[in-house]
Design a protein around this ligand. Structure first.
Ligand SMILES: Nc1ncnc2c1ncn2[C@@H]1O[C@H](COP(=O)(O)OP(=O)(O)OP(=O)(O)O)[C@@H](O)[C@H]1O
Ligand SMILES: [Mg+2]
Length: 248
């Protein structure tokens, strides 16, 4: 469970507060949707959960699986099953995609099944073929630098590939549905639907409602003027899709 109590965040070098008194709970096995207006701090919250050097936490009480989140570095958070699909997927020069994927796979393997031997580059390339085929990713991509010059659609597929390799339990999707054409959106939504199970939690951050036609969410949190103003189920999402935030 991720439990956030009275979280208040500001940018390190500015006076501006970005998040004010956020209280949220994400239980394992359930799916969530954060319907918050632009600039309300959704990406800040996502970065905070995953770790980010730019923010200062003024007040917080946040636990991941009952451990104090701020005691954990990003690697530890990741092996404790937290995964962030970025709003803006970073391009990282100098890191080969195959090596990156092999590293996260092996770290995860070591953490969950220390008795199993890690995969060598040669074995990993054979092992990953079926995943590439499932996601229709060209094998030549393995020799490219991580996300460098990848299209938006390709970057998204690489994120889903990572989820399939390490099976994170808490998956934050920061606007995964933006920037995709209709067919690409449908494919990504179908992939996420297939990935969603009673062993993981999807935290969907979106400005659109179409993705909710593919993935059932148990709880919707609505943020307005820096505070969570409403919690509800799919009915609330439907209401907002019709009337917007103004009536809240
Ligand atoms: N590192 C930073 N430096 C300065 N301001 C920042 C920083 N990070 C976030 N902010 C500010 O905090 C506010 C919230 O930003 P954030 O990106 O978290 O919003 P968001 O809800 O994800 O918005 P969007 O829906 O547009 O993606 C914005 O006004 C943004 O300019
Ligand atoms: Mg954002």
């Amino acid at each position: 469970m991720i439990k956030i109590k009275n979280l208040k965040v500001k940018v390190t070098w500015e006076k501006k507060e970005i998040l004010k008194w956020v209280n949220l709970t994400f239980e394992l096995w359930k799916n969530y949707c954060l319907l918050w207006k632009n600039w309300s701090g959704k990406s800040t919250l996502s970065s905070f959960l995953m770790w980010h050097p730019k923010y200062k936490y003024i007040s917080w009480d946040v636990t991941l699986n009952w451990e104090n989140l701020l005691d954990l570095n990003p690697e530890e958070r990741s092996v404790k099953w937290l995964f962030l699909s970025f709003q803006n997927v970073p391009e990282i020069k100098g890191i080969k995609l195959s090596e990156y994927l092999r590293t996260i796979y092996n770290i995860n393997l070591k953490n969950n099944s220390p008795e199993i031997k890690e995969l060598s580059p040669f074995i990993f390339k054979r092992f990953i073929k079926k995943y590439l085929a499932e996601l229709d990713i060209d094998e030549k991509f393995l020799d490219r630098e991580l996300n460098v010059w990848f299209s938006w659609w390709e970057k998204r597929k690489i994120e889903i590939l990572q989820m399939k390799l390490i099976w994170p339990k808490y998956i934050i999707l920061d606007e995964i549905d933006s920037g995709l054409d209709l067919d690409a959106f449908r494919t990504i939504a179908e992939m996420l639907k297939a990935l969603s199970s009673n062993e993981n939690t999807l935290i969907i951050i979106t400005h659109y409602f179409k993705i909710l036609e593919f993935i059932d969410v148990d709880k919707v949190y609505v943020m307005k003027d820096w505070e969570i103003v409403k919690e509800g189920d799919m009915k609330l999402a439907k209401e907002i899709s019709e009337t917007g935030f103004k009536d809240l």
